[in-house]
Every structure is written in structure tokens, then in C-alpha cells.
Design a protein around this ligand. Sequence first.
Ligand code: FAD
Length: 279
Amino acid sequence: MTPQTSRLCSLEFFPPRTPEGIEKLRATRCQLAQLKPAFCSVTFGAGGSTREGTLATVLEFRDGGLEAAPHLSCIGSSRESIREVLNEYRSHGIRHLIALRGDLPSGSADVGDLRYASDLVAFIRQETGDWFHIDVAAYPEYHPQARSPGDDLAAFKRKIDAGANSAITQYFYNPQSYWHFVDACAAQGIDVPIVPGIMPIGSFTKLARFSDACGAEIPRWMRKKLESYGDDTASIRAFGLDVVTELADGLLARGAPGLHFYTLNQAALTTAIWQRLGL
Ligand code: FAD
């Protein structure tokens, strides 16, 4: 593998809901801190459902010596409640966040005051000026609700024009979709870093469920191979490590500005890929 030293490599976590989850994440954090990530991001549940947990997790990461960035999603929330969260983040000296629309929980009809992530980015800039470095989401295989690839690219551009500084992609296993997206962005004059999201593979059933929900494609050859392992977790993980390491190595070799790992609060697979890449 090519040694990769100057790229921005980060890790994503979710706020744990149980005392056991909190303990487990502490152990994971200690292991992953050794990788010296550029930052750790912590997801935010729609409608503010994890507001306290997200902040508590970010603060705990910071206490552990890591740079930490909370996510903030706007769907189902009022301007006032988002203003409160922004003020809370600011009062703790947090200067980096990931701004998202989020998804409405099923059965919920109230979209709230801000309909799209571009509205949230504009609101954050209006309220807090340049205080935050704002990351937004990007979709090389297009967002599942997008009317067309062109509309989705226009929606992405709106987020950048509203003041986002950089982007992190949904995960993908087909690198061509990423390069095609990056080229399409460049053609639109979008010049912010677009960091590929990397999903390690630990379980085929979980990956298939996630991928169906978020519109990320598992290429047929990978799906067939993963299916063929049945309950043989060791083979699934070994295959996943090879495929994902090769994907990530190719992305960095061709000039991707970094990698953002979806850790799912687990240390082993991310550590193995990171070390194989020589990050
Ligand atoms: P948007 O950019 O607003 O786009 C959503 C859809 O609306 C797209 O189809 C877009 O094409 C369309 N659209 C946008 N603007 C317009 C417009 N003006 N008119 C018509 N259509 C428009 N979810 C969480 O709940 N919490 C998290 O912490 C979280 N973290 C994430 C981190 C990353 C890196 C990624 C990739 C996703 C994350 N998600 C998270 C999931 C995300 O919230 C969902 O994918 C959600 O469905 C879309 O969010 P968005 O910010 O991309 O939305």
C-alpha cells in the first residue's frame, strides 16, 4: 500500500443510548484514539432526539484529547430549537459541525421550519457567521429521494453556495460513482473538498439493510460473494477488509482529499483498514 500521511482522515460515531453502550464506546474511543484521526464526528437524531447524547459524546471525545464535531439535522425542528443547539455548541467552543436535513421518523408529518440541508446551512451562517466549519453530505450514487441526478447535484451546489466548507459522502463501493460526482461538481464550479465516506463490512445482513435504506449500491459481485459466506462471519470480514482497503487505497492514490470512516462504534475493522493503508 502507498503510505498516506497528509490526508484528512476522520471517524464517525453515534451517541450510545444505554450505560453498556456508553462503556463500550469509551473502550472503542481509547483504541481508535491511537490512530490520531483528524476529527471524530457524532451523529444527531432527527428532531433533536439525541441532542443531549450527541453533545455529551462530543465533549467526552474532546476530554479524551480528540477533535470532535457534532452533526446537526434540521428536519422536524423549529428555528428556535436549532438556534439553541447552535448556541450550546458555541458555548462549548465547538467550531466544526456536520449539517444535515435528516429523515423524518415514520408516521411523523411535521417537517419543521427548515426543509432542506441548504436551508440549515444558510440559517447557521445567518446566526453564527463564520464561527463554524460546516460539512455537508454528498451522494455519489444520488440521494434516494432526488428527482434526478441533475436535481441532486443542484441541491448539493445550493448547500455549498449557502456556505458549506466541505462535504462527506454517503458510502459507496463503486469508485467510479465518486469520481464521476467529483468531476460533475468541478464542472459546476464546486471546489470544496469532497471526502469519501468509507463503510467497513462486518455483517452482510446489516450492510444490505443499511444500503437499501440509504440508496448505496452493493455491487452484484460483492453481494453474491457476501451471500455465499452465509453465517461465516470471519470470511465476510476478511473479504470486506480486502475490498474496502483496496477501494480506499485507490481513492487516496487518485487524489481523494481524505477518508471518513463510518465506525458504527466498533474499533476493529476501521483500525485494520487504517493500518493496512498506512495512514
Ligand atoms: P438534503 O441535502 O436537504 O437533500 C435531501 C433530498 O432533498 C435530496 O434528495 C435532495 O436532492 C433534495 N433537495 C434538496 N434541496 C432541494 C430543493 N430545494 N428542492 C427539491 N429537492 C431538494 N442523518 C441523521 O438523521 N443524523 C445524522 O447525524 C446524519 N449524518 C449523516 C452523515 C453523512 C456524512 C451522510 C452522508 C448522511 C447522514 N445522515 C444523517 C443521513 C441524512 O440525514 C439523510 O441522507 C437525509 O435523507 C438527507 O440529508 P441531507 O442533509 O443530504 O439532505
